[in-house]
Design a protein around this ligand. Structure first.
Ligand code: PRP
Length: 183
């Protein structure tokens, strides 16, 4: 079966580089959010690892929520139709939300969720994404907080998957094309 490491072409960000960036990002968010009683909402599944780290590096009094959406399935790119498969469990009227994502790609997921939360009465919706792939964007949406801007390559690790695997790699790497049948 081989190891996960053997399927990685190159490491984009090491565990240490990710931790250092999240420390800085958390401080920046803390400065903006400390008076806002924010609600952090993680988008499952990819963001679960980033969520755990970013909320600890932003020590503001806050609560956490989880929402699950399906758009990609096991496909390589988003179909455009976003479905909520597990909704948040509380009233968000008047709240300042910070949506935590692992990657902002076409923007389908986050533009849908932003509208959804505003329609439910959120006062403000900020976006924090670990990775941004602006070259793939088809929706006009930007993150308020971005960890790293990445080229259009197949990245896995630190929450990001290929066919549900590699999420538990502690670093972010580029997957070897032969693993996913690419060139
Ligand atoms: C990924 C990622 C984002 C979305 C970004 O999720 O976690 O939610 O795609 O892409 P977009 O900007 O083109 O909408 P995926 O559907 O792969 O599910 P996962 O979080 O379970 O990995």
């Amino acid at each position: 079966m081989g190891t996960m490491d053997q399927d990685i072409l190159r490491v984009l960000y090491t565990q240490e580089e990710i931790a250092a960036r999240i420390k800085v990002l958390g401080e920046e968010m803390y400065a903006d959010l400390r008076e806002k009683d924010p609600l952090f909402i993680s988008v499952l599944r990819g963001a679960f690892i980033f969520m755990a780290d970013i909320v600890r590096s932003c020590p503001v009094k806050s609560d956490v929520e989880f929402i699950a959406v399906s758009s990609y399935g096991n496909a390589m790119s988003s179909s455009g139709a976003v479905q909520i498969t597990r909704d948040i469990q509380q009233d968000i009227t008047g709240r300042h939300l910070v949506v935590i994502e692992d990657i902002l790609d076409s923007g389908n997921t986050l533009s849908y969720l932003k509208q959804y939360f505003l329609a439910k009465g959120a006062a403000e919706v900020s976006i924090c994404t670990l990775l941004d792939k602006p070259s793939r964007r088809t929706k006009a949406i930007q993150a308020n907080y971005t960890g790293f801007t990445v080229p259009d390559e197949f990245v896995v690790g630190y929450g990001l998957d290929y066919c549900q695997k590699y999420r538990n790699l502690p670093y972010i790497g580029v997957l070897k094309p032969e693993v996913y049948g690419g060139e």
